[in-house]
Design a protein around this ligand. Sequence first.
Ligand SMILES: C[S@@+](CC[C@H](N)C(=O)[O-])C[C@H]1O[C@@H](n2cnc3c(N)ncnc32)[C@H](O)[C@@H]1O
Length: 287
Amino acid sequence: MGYLYEAIAMQQRAKRCQQQWQSHYEQCQYQVEQALARLSAASLSVENALEDVWILGAGSLKDIPLAKLSKTFKRVFLVDLVFLDSAQKLSCRYSNVFLVRADISGRLQQVYLQPQQVSLLATPEFTADADGFLRALLAQNQHSSQECQKIRPIAIPKSVTAEQVSLIVSMNVATQLPLIPLRWLKSHTDLTDDFLQNYAEQLLLDHLSILQAFPQSTLKLLVADRLVLDRALPQKNGNYSATEETDPWWGVMPPRADIFWEWEIVPKAESGGKLVQTNQVGASFFY
Ligand SMILES: C[S@@+](CC[C@H](N)C(=O)[O-])C[C@H]1O[C@@H](n2cnc3c(N)ncnc32)[C@H](O)[C@@H]1O
């Protein structure tokens, strides 16, 4: 559907835009460290130690403080549809880090195989059943090879429960969920724009619901863009300059952000001098 292509393109873009993207990656890592600080403070008064952390949308791992996570938690589960070589190699350094290649929306198989039949109804484990969600992620993953096998034997744990999850992070993935499915549905079906709008909303609502479905003892951290700003730059022959705002949440209300920062995702050079695109990114902590 284009996920591998996008991951490779993003890796290349990250290299070209390193100067502008670095501060965004540092902010993301810092927010995860803030989550660890909150958990450590809480665990002083709670008997059980920090067990599992799940990172949804781990991708390149550039926005994750992996060494710290590996040191702090018993097990670290990194979930994404695509892990390129660099992420695989990095994760293999830690014996308690597991790559889980899976679709966190639970809808992609249908979008791909039966696009004309897609429905707004999700399967319950992807919206309301945190144990079922974790099991479904691991079940999807069992068909993929474990690259670390070449380096050292590693078996993905089979027994996971939501109760064991001290922290779950949605890392720059929420607003990505509708993008490729909608592009696919637009080119493979005659579904109406209204339906596609509802479908995008539903993907975002499902994602929020599954985070909420984790127990109260699980700290949730949602890092996601809240607003996309496109600024057209003045052209040589005129004063053309306009700003366009897009809501990457399709009208859905995400949880209130505790902190915001700006990510210059398309710098001037990347667009051939035509525009600058800036994402306003927010981090929300909730129980
Ligand atoms: C903007 S990238 C962020 C990735 C990573 N946090 C980083 O900064 O490199 C979004 C990620 O979401 C992943 N993704 C998109 N839809 C997904 C889905 N349905 N299930 C799992 N991962 C998905 C993509 O593969 C991609 O790695």
